[in-house]
Design a protein around this ligand. Sequence first.
Ligand code: TEU
Ligand code: CA
Length: 563
Amino acid sequence: AVKRKWWKESVVYQIYPRSFMDTNGDGIGDLQGIISKLDYLRDLGVDVIWICPFYQSPNDDNGYDISDYYAVAEEFGTMEDLDQLLDEAHRRGIKVIADLVLNHTSDEHPWFIEARESQDSPKRDYYIWKKGKENNEPPTNWGSFFGGSAWEFDEQSEEYYLHIFNRKQPDLNWENPLLIEELHRMVRWWLDKGLDGFRIDAINHIVKMDGYPDAEAPAHEKIVSAHHFFSNLPKVHDHIQHLHREVFRHYDIMTVGEAANTGPEEALLYVGENRDELNMVFHFEHISMDSTNKGLEGWEKTPWQLSRLKEILNQWQTKLHAKGWNANFWSNHDQPRAVSRFGNDQEFRIESAKLLATLMFMLEGTPYIYQGEEIGMTNIKLDAIDDYRDSVTHQFYRLAQKEGWTEDRIMRAIHQSSRDNARTPMQWNDQPHGGFTTGTPWIQANPNASWINVESAAQDPHSILNYYKQLIALRKQHLVAVYGQYEPLLPEHASILAFTRTLGNEQLVVVMNFAAESAHLEIPEAVADKSMKLLLSNVQSATDETLLDGYLQPYESRVYFRE
Ligand code: TEU
Ligand code: CA
């Protein structure tokens, strides 16, 4: 028997508030903007919205650098707006989860301001301080995720502090029980306010390797990737279990942790059903398929292989079945647009966007939609570095210049990989700036907003948007889509990804062609019998019978059902 849970049966929609909807013309999305679109989200069929950080922040990293955990960022609105948002969402049957950033704060958080006052400041131990090496080099050779050293020298108190992200994001010291108590109190405060759970930022990085060793590297390499010294260390689990015991288990909530550099075995330690940690984690294995390099070169995408995607999905689907739970996604606010990256954003934009959605919704796990994905929003190519807003993109630009890359090469990499690809304004209609704002948006809207937008998609029965509605409805009607056991079909096929999902005597058969050419389809006889009913397809010619036809059109996807 399956263990039914609301968060397993939910569809989650991720909102990047800065880019979602602006209601006061200052060019920045706001909480009232989200409220104004709740009916849209309800009609889409969304059960949960995840809102990226809306806390007070100097915005070096758009809210992931928090200076007050208990305050709403002024440009987003007020605490009353937030209460209203919770209220109005709940009235529509939509739950709300928020980002929870526990690995670091802003350097403008009062804790850090106090901590850096002197080496014996009472708050000193809230962060991680070390002396440099004898030759004035940083304490270790660890590189930050965002480029450059993970250590910054603080002139005021004459020690280095650790920041595995930007230098304005000092890492919190989870060795300090007082800090932990403060964080627990804060999490409880938000749950008491009515939040329905959290997406927990960078949670697998909160513990750093004892003794702070250097990573092995050739002597001339002063700064190297050292992720293994601050990813998935055993004590992370003690801390999450502690948080669960003290806080989470007292509420009916959902939790999803962000866990880069995590494979399925490690993931089970976070999401295993008797672990009392998290409900699910985001891993990045499938969205790392197209960056085989590390460091700056990692910004240059390389072709991805369907065989690799199959391998990854097989592992995650099989290993977590009946033991944990998957979080399924193609994109988020840190990633390029899915249709540009894994589909085809030219001739087959509509078909391939639907195909990608079909996969995410038909796998076992909870599906996540990133805002704009439901209308097939694409990457953007801005001409000049000054048009980009993301601090990490600017950091990349500086470092690549220093390495001697040409402007062309740098901009090509930025066009492929910049986080701003996902952060252009949501495209609501064909008005200026996609109807996102009546003022000047904080970042340019994609010029294709004139024809890729919600209003026109809503009017077209064959739009990506209406296909998402059908997918969501299908998942609600058929429990097998949520809980069915996954089994791969046609494992060797070069362009077709196919699988079955089985629950009792119900079965889904999903077939998808990931190529821009039609593909030969031969379903094993045991699966392809005449009782199969077509539930959904992204081409209009598909019928019950066509499963036996022997081919799929470019980017065609179909879902069959039998009982
Ligand atoms: O992202 C975390 C993050 O960037 C890494 O875990 C990343 O996945 C890793 O570099 C592997 O490539 C979160 C937020 O989503 C992001 O927007 C923030 O900038 C970051 O944390 C810092 O808070
Ligand atoms: Ca605004």
